[in-house]
Design a protein around this ligand. Structure first.
Ligand code: XMP
Length: 310
């Protein structure tokens, strides 16, 4: 049986031993994994840590503000980096899912590396958990945060990696979050991938497409809050479909809604959502987002599908 209190005690000792007198940077996206990592390291080394929130322009509505506020409320020294333009630049012309992930990962580490240099740090803390490691090793996909397994030597980027949660699965990470007294919005936060909404715009990522999927995501989250599912989100397709808006035929965008139950993201079941909820989501998405003409629901489990579309 996992003991969160014991885990925290051991983890703090280990972080202190590894880090010594060096300075640490922690890239915090606001998700439970990276926030728990940041808080653990902060508890271990105090102001030798600086947390960084990289605004890549791919976050959900209100997320950048939420993350920065949460970290500041925890008295953690926090740096906000606005890298929106640079991220959109690297996505130009890229349509392949793994190419997009690579582009995101390179930009992410370059941006973090720059912040790290400015702060003269030696260690980068990040919230890699066991599922990330397993799936990357199995070759299912290259998670952006599992550097060593995919043959990237972190030393090349000029720093060492600290991953205190790499042996934990998500439910245990949540237990640690509760034990640390983190707010519910963090400890119970829905998993959200590192490359964020870029995985949910199929094909090329542009600011306009991100804005569409961001709005659709907000609607899905609002309408499914009470379901207690593992992940609920929207995906924007790269192809279009015929529809009718304001009496005119249009060639409009397609959104797929995905709502899944899972314990650890390794397998997942598509939820049999009450039809009224699906209809409300569909009416809102096609009604509130002018370019969207069609809304679909994904009934595929994992396997054979993955949770994300890319
Ligand atoms: P899949 O799509 O592989 O997702 O079934 C399993 C879990 O991992 C999340 N996910 C990612 N997280 N970087 C991340 O940090 C990624 O590239 C990535 N791809 C998927 C996904 O949201 C789900 O919770």
């Amino acid at each position: 049986m996992f003991n969160a209190k014991e885990f925290i005690e051991n983890s703090l000792k280990e972080i202190r031993k590894t880090v010594g007198e060096s300075r640490v940077i922690s890239a915090c996206s606001g998700g439970v994994d990276s926030t728990v990592t940041t808080v653990l390291v902060h508890k271990a080394v105090g102001d030798k840590l600086v947390a960084v929130f990289i605004d890549d322009g791919l976050r959900r509505e209100g997320e950048p503000e939420f993350v920065v506020k949460t970290l500041k409320n925890l008295s953690i020294r926090t740096k906000y980096v606005d890298a929106k333009k640079e991220f959109f630049e690297v996505f130009k012309g890229k349509t392949d899912a793994e190419e997009k992930r690579k582009a995101f990962r390179d930009k992410f580490y370059k941006t973090l590396g720059k912040a790290a240099k400015e702060e003269k740090i030696k260690f980068i803390a990040q919230g890699t958990i066991k599922a990330d490691v397993i799936e990357t090793v199995k070759g299912i996909k290259s998670q952006h945060n599992v550097l060593e397994q995919i043959g990237i030597n972190p030393e090349v980027y000029g720093y060492k990696i600290l991953e205190p949660l790499r042996e934990l699965f998500k439910p245990d990470v949540r237990k640690v979050a509760r034990e640390l007294g983190l707010p519910k919005e963090v400890s119970e936060r829905m998993p959200f991938p590192g490359p964020a909404l870029s995985l949910r715009v199929l094909g090329e990522v542009t600011p306009e497409k991100i804005a569409i999927v961001r709005k659709a995501t907000e609607i899905v989250e609002e309408e499914t809050r009470t379901l207690g599912t593992f992940q609920n989100f929207a995906v924007l397709h790269s192809d279009k479909a015929t529809g009718i808006k304001e009496g005119k035929r249009i060639y409009g965008n397609i959104i797929t809604v995905r709502i899944v139950d899972s314990e650890d993201a390794v397998t997942a079941k598509a939820r049999q959502v009450p039809y009224e909820i699906l209809m409300r989501i569909s009416e809102r998405i096609t009604g509130e987002i002018p370019s969207v003409a069609r809304c679909l629901y994904d009934t595929t489990h994992k396997p054979p599908a993955t949770i994300e579309f890319e």
